[in-house]
Design a protein around this ligand. Structure first.
Ligand code: COA
Length: 263
């Protein structure tokens, strides 16, 4: 038997047939560096065949952020090749969630920005607290979303709304996210995990094979658009050779507005 490496940036627990994953980088607003994404992927894959687990709840540590995106400090110096690899790997992690044979619920406890929103969108169901904020701010950094955000956002809220949201980089409040269908439920903070558990407890009473099949069938509908994912990976990688990317990430880390020149 092979044992997976110990996770470094997540907390996990199995309780009453539910697998809890908590992103544990609160001081960095649970930003998704490569290690964290790898931890999440390994954790999710570890319960695919675990009959003891009937559902997953994924959340972020603390009350401020679910995840504030990919780790800007980590990728700021990436070149085209590294940027492309980052996007490919992010896609693979999120596909592992999307293809999980057990229902995965994102418990969105605060900011879900960039890769954080993409991570939430890869889950089968999203429940958010009232103060949750959603956003794809990548264009502020001189890049596009790289973890299937261009694909899943359009699927969830429609093309026109997705394009506006992706191009303005506006943040969306929880009520708007609910109205647009980005989240399934909005609840007070103390009800976040109980609401997710309530949903999973209902699903737990159903036939596990039927639940896995529902997930596979619904996912199959969207797979015919898979070429959009390839376009996104390629586009994302190419940004890492642009001056705007260098300026956008530098400006964030220096806590100042970016000055883009379109190069
Ligand atoms: N990557 C790396 N570090 C991040 C991060 C990210 N995506 N988001 C936040 N952090 C870090 C900050 O750099 C800061 O670290 P420091 O204390 O060492 O300086 C810490 O988390 C707290 O964030 P801060 O920006 O000080 O909090 P805030 O309350 O002023 O602002 C946000 C909150 C979410 C609006 C702001 O952090 C933000 O815009 N984050 C980036 C969002 C983004 O562009 N995501 C897409 C990435 S592709």
């Amino acid at each position: 038997m092979t044992t997976a490496a110990m996770p470094q940036n997540i907390l996990t627990e199995i309780k009453d047939q539910i697998f809890y994953i908590t992103i544990n980088r609160e001081d960095k607003l649970n930003a998704l560096n490569i290690q964290t994404l790898s931890d999440i992927k390994n954790a999710v894959l570890s319960i695919y065949d675990n009959a003891e687990v009937r559902g997953v709840i994924l959340t972020g540590k603390g009350t401020k952020a679910f995840a504030a995106g990919a780790d800007i400090a980590e990728f700021a110096n990436f070149n085209i090749e590294e940027g492309t690899r980052m996007s490919e790997e992010g896609h693979a992690v999120l596909r592992a969630i999307d293809n999980c044979p057990k229902p995965v619920i994102a418990a969105v406890n605060g900011f879900a920005l960039g890769g954080g929103n993409e991570l939430a969108m890869a889950c089968h169901i999203r429940v958010a607290v009232e103060k949750a904020r959603f956003g794809q701010p990548e264009v502020n950094l001189g890049i596009t979303p790289g973890y299937a955000g261009t694909q899943r956002l359009a699927q969830l809220i429609g093309k026109g709304r997705a394009l506006e949201f992706l191009m303005t980089a506006d943040m969306m409040d929880a009520q708007t996210a609910l109205n647009y269908g980005l989240v399934n439920h909005v609840v007070p903070a103390d009800q976040l995990i109980p609401k997710c558990e309530e949903i999973l407890n209902k699903i737990k009473a159903k036939a596990p094979l039927a639940i896995s099949s529902v997930i596979r069938c619904v996912n199959a509908y969207y797979e015919k658009r898979a070429d959009g994912n390839d376009v996104e990976i390629n586009e994302f990688g190419n940004f890492f050779g642009s001056q705007d990317f260098i300026e956008g990430t530098k400006a964030f880390l220096e806590k100042r507005p970016a000055n883009f020149n379109g190069q």
